[in-house]
Structure formats: C-alpha cells, structure tokens
Design a protein around this ligand. Structure first.
Ligand code: S3P
Length: 444
C-alpha cells in the first residue's frame, strides 16, 4: 500500500451532482484475465485492465512465477502464457497486498503445481479467513498450511489432485473459483455447488479461453458448475468492462443528488453483480440501464441515474451476494432514505477488507445516523446525516461510501486512512470532483 495510512479526505456538503463518467476496469475480471492468461498457451491481450494496487499484486506474482507480461503503448496488457504446467517456483513469498481475490484464486492455481509457494499480504489480508479455500483443496489432495486459518498460506507442491463434488458452505465466488482452478490440474471431474448465485466471471472467462464447463441449476438457488481436469486454456483477447463496484458510489450519489442526470458509461452489468440496482429500485430510485454491445462474454451498459425520493426497505436476503461489495454505499442510501431499512443475511461483510458491518455502523453513528448493528446485518433509521469524523478502518469501500454521503450531509465529513482507495479506484478523488463532489485530499 502506498501513500501513508494517515492520508484523509475532507468532503464538503454539496446538493447536486451531474455529468458523465467512465469508471475504471472491473477488479474481479482484471485479476482473472491476468491469471488465466498466465496459465494459457499463447498470448492474451487485455484491454480496459484495472491498473490498481490489487491487480498489480496479481501481475507481479505472475511475473515472479515466470510469466512474461508486457504493457503496450496504448495501455493494453499482453500476457505470454506459460501453460497450466509451465509456472516455476518464485524465489520469494508472493505478496498479495490487500487482495483477497488474488490470494484465494492463487491458492487454487498453485495447489496442483510441482513446487512450493508461500502467500502473504498486508495487515488486513493477514487477518482474513483462508481455511474456506484450504479445506476443499485438501479434499482434492492438496497440501496447504495456514496459520490458525489465516495467511501466510504455505502450499506444498507435488501433490496429485483429484476432482471432488463440493457444496460450498457460504456464497463465495472466490472459493468457487479457487476450486475450479485447482480442478484444471486434477484428474476427473471437479463439481462445485453454491448455496446462492455469486459472480460467475470465472465460468464465463474460462469458456472464453476454450475450457469446457457445465453450469446447471442457477436461478433462485445457486448453480452447480463442473469441469474436467487436464484441459488446456488457449490465449485470447479480452475487454474488461467498467467496474460496477466502482460505479456504485456514483450511482448512489446520483440517486441522492443528480437533479438533472448522471451517466456512468460502459459499466459491466453481469446479472450476478447488479444487485445494487435492484436494491435501489426497491427504494424508489430512478435508474436507467442502456445495454451496449458486449465486452465478449461480459455484458456492458450505460447507466443513467436521476435523484428521486428513496424509502426504507426490508432487504430481500437473496440480493446480498449480488451486491456484496456495494452494501457499504447502499447503507449510505438507506441513511438518506425516509424510514427504516433492515439488512440481514450479510454476515460475510464481517470478513472483508475490514469488518464492514462494524465499520459502517461506527461511521454512521459518527455522522448522526441512528443504527443498530446486528450479528449478520444492520438496521438503519433514514432521514439524512450531519457531518463528522469517520474512520475508514483502512477499507477503500468504507472511505468512498462516506465521500458520497456528502451529498446529504449538513456539514463536512472527514474520512481518515483512505490510502487504500488505491487498491480498487486510484483516480476516485478526481472522478468524484468531476461529478461535483467537493473532495480534498490531505496527506497523512
Ligand atoms: C470477489 C468475490 C467476492 C467479493 C470480492 C471479489 C471475486 O468475495 O467480495 O471483492 O472476485 O471473486 P467472496 O467470494 O469472498 O464473497
């Protein structure tokens, strides 16, 4: 992480936002494009790659594993794939920084290699649970050690993996993806069933690389995905759509204060990621989604938002995994709505970059919002916020969520410890100012 943990934002109240913005590339898709390109045969050309700290961690780890990666003059990334069995041991521990996706997907990718690997991360990542991935990988025959469930993760090479039939205990795209990646170097069929639909970028992208997989039963419950081990990936060309998780901050800003209109361009609208739009519409939001020609297997759209009165809701739990990273900013919308909002079934928020339920509850309380923290959710009394001093807990999404709250705050909001915004949205301050937020950065 760069920039010093003490960096802060001061955001003065505004009553209006407008204009149009293109948000940076999708983080989940950028990680996967690099990794799958790294184990493909032939080259993979990636346009729209998210050049953020998290994705750079994946890029540097792949280089340490012997993959050659270039940046072209026009900003594309070219990955010269080493093939599924072509990675080589890194001479040092692989540092995943703040990136949970990188660590968990690398666990799956490295479990079937012939060499040992060690995965480490920053302070936040070193506290996050890794047994949810290690356990199913051990069932496949892999040998991994965690430290009481947390990183560092030691992966012992040379294990012969076999396919398993695994029912995920939690709705997690990272765990699903790690198992499928390990399945590529396993014998037989690897089959994963999720309890509820989660983002399916791995399934879509593996197919773009020529991997055959079967998906069945998606809908109310989650899907079952299966693949046969030993398949090769063929290098390809990929376009990364704008990250809906970054657009989310401006979608909420627009719902609260776009008196004319605010448009977010070329945003990825994979239906496993658009839960926030459904949630805000339940509250009465005016959001228009205009589909564009696709970015390959990932749908894209322009999203136009206009301010409208929002009302509190009891959030249907099935929407939670479809908006898992957008819940912090959804809580800001709830704080500005009329009436009460109740969110349950969101216990996974406690094991993200921070305990996002606790971090949001303390930030909302600090800005004058009445809320009750529940074990797996939160109850928020709407009606608006005053200003105040908020701690982001070093969590990018908490920091950006409170910046958006300035559209309804009565005085300035000061947000501490914002350097981590660089993990997902390095240009957030400039983008926020471009739509009319009055955000100043202060060095730590
Ligand atoms: C991600 C999956 C989600 C999400 C994370 C990115 C991915 O995590 O919160 O930011 O790229 O697969 P879980 O799978 O742990 O829910």
């Amino acid at each position: 992480m760069s920039g010093g943990a003490g960096k802060s934002y001061v955001v003065e109240p505004v009553t209006q936002v407008s204009g149009s913005l293109t948000v940076p590339g999708d983080k989940s898709i950028s990680h996967r494009a690099l990794m799958f390109g790294g184990i493909a045969s032939g080259s993979t050309r990636i346009s729209g790659f998210l050049d953020s700290a998290d994705c750079r961690a994946t890029l540097e780890a792949l280089r340490a594993l012997g993959v050659r990666i270039e940046r072209t003059a026009c900003g594309e990334i070219v990955v010269h794939g080493a093939g599924v069995g072509g990675l080589r041991a890194s001479s040092t521990a692989l540092d995943m920084g703040n990136a949970g996706t990188a660590m968990r997907l690398f666990m799956g990718l490295l479990a079937g290699q012939s060499f040992d690997s060690t995965l480490i991360g920053d302070e936040s990542l070193m506290r996050r649970p890794m047994e949810r991935v290690a356990e199913p990988l051990r069932l496949m025959g892999a040998r991994l050690d965690t430290e009481q469930g947390h990183p560092p993760v030691l992966i012992h090479g040379g294990s012969a993996l076999r396919g398993i039939d695994y029912a995920l205990p939690m709705a997690s795209a990272q765990v699903k993806s790690a198992i499928l990646l390990a399945g590529l170097s396993a014998t037989g069929i690897t089959r994963v069933t999720e309890p509820a639909p989660t983002r399916d970028h791995t399934e879509r992208m593996l197919q773009s690389f020529g991997v055959e997989l079967e998906c069945s039963g998606a809908g109310g419950g989650g899907a079952t995905v299966s693949l046969r081990g030993g398949q090769r990936l063929r290098g390809t060309a990929l376009t990364v759509p704008g990250d809906i998780s970054s657009a989310a901050f401006f979608i909420v800003a627009g719902c609260l204060a776009a008196k004319s209109a605010l448009t977010l361009r070329s945003v990825g609208v994979n239906p496993t990621r658009t839960g926030l739009i459904d949630m805000l519409r339940l509250m009465g939001a005016d959001i228009e989604v205009q589909p564009l020609g696709g970015a390959g297997s990932e749908p894209m759209a322009d999203i136009t938002v206009r301010a409208s009165p929002l009302k509190g809701v009891v959030l249907p739990e099935h929407l939670v995994p479809l908006a898992i990273d957008e819940l912090p900013v959804f809580f800001i919308a709830a704080a500005c709505a009329q009436g009460e909002t109740l969110v349950t079934g969101a216990g996974e928020l406690r094991v993200k970059e921070s305990d996002r339920l606790a971090a949001m509850a303390s930030g909302l309380t600090a800005t004058g919002v009445q809320c009750e923290l529940l074990s797996d959710g939160i109850r928020i009394q709407g009606g608006g916020l005053r200003g105040g001093h908020v701690h982001s807990h070093g969590d990018h999404r908490i920091a950006m969520a409170f910046a958006v709250a300035s559209t309804r705050a009565s005085t300035a909001i000061e947000i501490d410890d914002v350097a981590n915004v660089g993990t997902s949205f390095p240009d957030f301050p400039a983008a926020a100012r471009a739509i009319g937020l009055r955000l100043t950065e202060r060095a730590g």
